[in-house]
Ligand binder design. Structure first.
Ligand SMILES: Cc1cc2nc3c(=O)[nH]c(=O)nc-3n(C[C@H](O)[C@H](O)[C@H](O)COP(=O)(O)O)c2cc1C
Length: 357
């Protein structure tokens, strides 16, 4: 494949992407305490679209406010958000980019906000096991939310099946200790996802609307068989009509080298399914991107470079690397103050340098 292939168009169903670069879901912490979209949030997406990113995946939005994972998380179903979501998708489309909305239930992440009321597949010290009624409500809320996402103009939805959010906890035996039909075998652990996908109707099953999933290719348990299990999950997702799979890993924050972190895992998945594969984790320059594409990865997703570099797309085009060192300070700075890279602020930079002395 030629080195310019990253700039070639790519099509998933009838959704045409102008290049292979995706902004992976990134929680900007730019919602109000009530979960409402702010103008600053919309500006972030306008800037990403104007910079030439072909597909933007939004921050992880909460389906159920009572199960959100942080206080500045956007709660998509708040009525006040409807007009703001319409504006968001319109602004991104003006720049000929596409936008997909990532949604989730917080799972154990919600315990930081709602303590023991956080719902998880199995009880833990911090969380409460979901009843069958809770599971049914959750499935119905997914369906209702996906319809809303289509109505307000998104090009698709991403189910967050990674990083310890609720659905990933169902999939991973490390978290899912259930003995009913939602636990045990691969099919049982996957059942909740299957029930969501099989309840989608023709309104959302449209060739211009994508249903994609972000999955982990590594488990917190370190279980070496986990990838094999996830490959089985990917086959089930494909059977249920998923349009693309984004491959990540639960432990992405700890990596600094072996870039891109999950390439080998993604290639193993790619061999077993025929849906497009999006790979995320560690890409910092065009050589790494072209190398992954030449090996068969369809789309390249990134998060931290878009925080670290004001116009990362321009840098890529000029063959310049991102200045992101994967220091992860953006996670903590985002939560406490306005979201930016430590390199943009003298005080943060000093704190960082002292910390790393
Ligand atoms: C500040 C921050 C917030 C993130 N929020 C989300 C999120 O809402 N949903 C998600 O799936 N991943 C989230 N991620 C993970 C990224 O999508 C991505 O998987 C990870 O950062 C690895 O890619 P990178 O090396 O290009 O940063 C976040 C990452 C960062 C740095």
């Amino acid at each position: 494949m030629k080195s310019s292939s990253v700039w070639k168009k790519f099509r998933i169903k009838d959704v045409e992407l102008k290049n292979r670069i995706v902004r992976s879901a990134t929680n900007e912490h730019l919602g109000t305490r009530n979960g409402i979209i702010t103008d600053s949030f919309i500006d972030v997406y306008k800037n990403l679209a104007n910079s030439g990113v072909s597909l933007i995946i939004t921050s992880n939005m909460a389906i159920d406010k009572s199960q959100r994972s942080d206080l500045a998380q956007i709660c998509i179903n708040e009525p006040e958000n409807i007009e703001k979501l319409k504006l968001l998708t319109k602004e991104v489309h003006k720049a000929s980019s596409k936008i997909i909305c990532q949604i989730s239930y917080g799972g154990h992440h919600a315990s930081k906000i709602v303590a023991k009321s956080a719902m998880t597949p199995s009880t833990t010290e911090e969380t409460t096991e979901m009843t069958l009624d809770d599971i049914n409500n959750c499935i119905n809320n997914y369906i209702k939310t996906i319809k809303l996402i289509k109505k307000v103009g998104f090009d698709g939805v991403e189910l967050h099946l990674a990083h310890g959010y609720l659905l990933s906890e169902f999939l991973d035996p490390f978290y899912n200790k259930r003995t009913d039909k939602y636990g045990g075998t691969t099919e049982n652990r996957y059942r909740i996802v299957h029930q969501i996908l099989s309840k989608l109707n023709n309104f959302v099953l449209d060739s211009h609307f994508l249903i994609i999933a972000k999955i982990d290719s590594t488990s917190k348990s370190g279980d070496s068989l986990f990838l094999e299990e996830q490959i089985n999950i990917c086959k089930l997702l494909e059977k249920d009509g998923i349009d693309a799979i984004e491959v990540s890993g639960c432990d992405f924050k700890k990596y600094k080298k072996d870039i891109p972190y999950f390439l080998n895992n993604a290639l193993k998945i790619k061999e077993e399914v025929s849906v497009p594969i999006i790979l995320v984790g560690g890409f910092r320059n065009i050589t790494q991107i072209n190398n992954a594409i030449s090996k068969g990865i369809d789309l390249i997703a990134m998060s931290r470079p878009f925080i670290a570099d004001k116009n990362f797309m321009e840098k890529l085009k000029k063959n310049q690397a991102s200045r992101c060192t994967s220091c992860n300070s953006c996670f903590y700075i985002y939560k406490t103050r306005f979201k930016h890279c430590i390199f943009d602020n003298e005080i943060d930079l000093q704190l960082y340098e002292n910390f790393h002395k």
